[in-house]
Design a protein around this ligand. Structure first.
Ligand code: SUG
Length: 415
């Protein structure tokens, strides 16, 4: 049975605020704050439980080795000798943002009838550039079944940040769809993280029909305002595209092309006059999980911050009361991740596949989440202040916490 599985990245025990992502305003603003890894991971687990309660299938990706000694070694240093920023880059818990793990094309869209995944190279930000080898190792285990084809990263210099810059619209998860690759051209003063050539290369690798694939540019205004990924200003599911008026460089052309391919598409565009770009970005209105519920209808799983932003909340209330496709709003509290610029949608990677073809160690239910929460409560640091990143006792604690999780999940081969 084909379903959409949301794989959430479990927040790792090294979660901290080092301000490593220029252009990500929340992360820059919170640089130097004290983080709370245990609370952060429990918030993420709470979000997974909320998804399960909605009847959705839930999967999990694991935190990576931190500090990343292998990466530091390739730079001829180690955690003790590395400059503070490099050490921080080796300690980031950024793999929690699973929307940046890979780009996924479901089997119904691909030439060979397999579900294709390309691991994201994340090469623009140093602290994320070393994620892909461990992500790839997890993808190769989770999706070892012949129903899947797992690809290595797109080569440099074409930056690729995965599903955060990819959308899919289809009448049903298992039906052929239209895939949309979104790239940046210019970002005002901020870096552009998704290169157009990366999307084109992935579409070719995945065997997508060029006639049902679109490549569109983000607007420079959106990137300059803090939309470092498309999923900060747009999200799609089923036949619904939910986007800010200022998300795309040429919205009219994009919408016309989309309507030609998918006449039944419903484009819910939020005007800047109702929700200014700045409010959309601070509230992460669009970094919501837009999901089709088993009993039909769509729900938007939003960060609690959406309710605290008056323009956003009033727009949402109007939308839910109207006759559009999105009628149900669910709020989740992922504040620790939000403070680093990662909302509900950043924390998950959608894979459309038969759950029976996925390695069950990467799937979770409430009972398994109870066991994972116990490991988090017993092993994750309560807090990390910036100066602790240099403390060998913290490195050891983080390494032991991950080992306890691998033991529980019987995934010691990832040690
Ligand atoms: O890449 N933050 C992440 C947030 C990723 C959000 N993902 C999506 N939009 N899909 C990033 O900017 C901050 C880490 C730090 O500064 O320590 C960070 O990497």
């Amino acid at each position: 049975m084909i379903a959409e599985i949301n794989f959430d990245g479990l927040v790792g025990p090294s979660h901290n605020y080092a301000g490593l992502s220029p252009g990500n305003l929340a992360a820059s603003h919170n640089a130097g704050s004290t983080s709370h890894p245990r609370a952060a991971a429990l918030e993420g687990i709470g979000k997974m439980r909320a998804n399960i309660a909605l009847g959705l299938t839930q999967g999990l990706f694991l935190p990576h080795r931190r500090p990343d000694r292998v990466w530091l070694e390739s730079l001829a240093t180690d955690p003790a000798g590395a400059a503070p920023w490099l050490r921080a880059a080796s300690m980031s818990a950024s793999p929690m943002w699973a929307a940046n793990a890979a780009t996924v094309s479901p089997a119904a869209d691909t030439r060979d009838g397999r579900c294709h995944l390309t691991v994201a190279n994340l090469m623009t930000m140093p602290h994320r550039s070393h994620e892909w080898p461990e992500t790839l190792a997890q993808l190769r285990l989770a999706f070892a079944h012949q129903a899947f084809a797992v690809h290595g990263p797109v080569p440099a210099p074409f930056g690729d940040e995965g599903a955060a810059n990819h959308m899919r619209l289809a009448p049903a998860h298992g039906a052929p769809g239209v895939e949309i690759f979104v790239h940046g051209v210019a970002g005002g003063g901020f870096p552009v993280r998704q290169h157009a050539e990366a999307g084109r290369a992935i579409a070719r690798r995945h065997g997508l029909d060029p006639a049902r694939t679109l490549h569109v540019a983000q607007s420079e205004a959106a990137i300059a305002a803090g939309a470092f990924h498309n999923d900060v200003v747009a999200v799609a599911d089923g036949l619904t595209l939910f986007a800010h008026e200022k998300a795309f460089a040429e919205p009219e052309t994009f919408y016309a092309d989309l309507r030609k391919l998918l006449p039944e598409v419903q484009i819910v565009e939020v005007p800047a006059s109702a929700v200014p770009l700045g409010d959309a970005i601070t509230s992460y209105l669009f970094n919501a999980q837009l999901v089709t519920l088993p009993e039909r209808g769509q729900a938007l799983i939003l960060p609690a911050e959406a309710r605290e932003t008056p323009s956003v909340w009033s727009w949402l209330q109007g939308m839910a009361a109207g006759n559009g496709p999105i009628r149900r709003l669910e709020l989740v509290d992922v504040r620790e991740s939000m403070a680093n610029g990662g909302g509900p949608a950043c924390l998950r990677l959608r894979v459309v596949a038969d759950p029976a073809t996925v390695d069950p160690r990467f799937l979770v239910d409430d009972a398994q989440l109870d066991r994972i929460a116990q490991v988090v409560e017993g092993h994750w640091p309560e807090s990390i202040a910036p100066d602790q990143l240099a403390d060998p006792a913290l490195w050891e604690r983080i390494e032991q916490a991950r080992a306890a999780l691998l033991d529980l999940l019987e995934l010691r081969e990832l040690a």
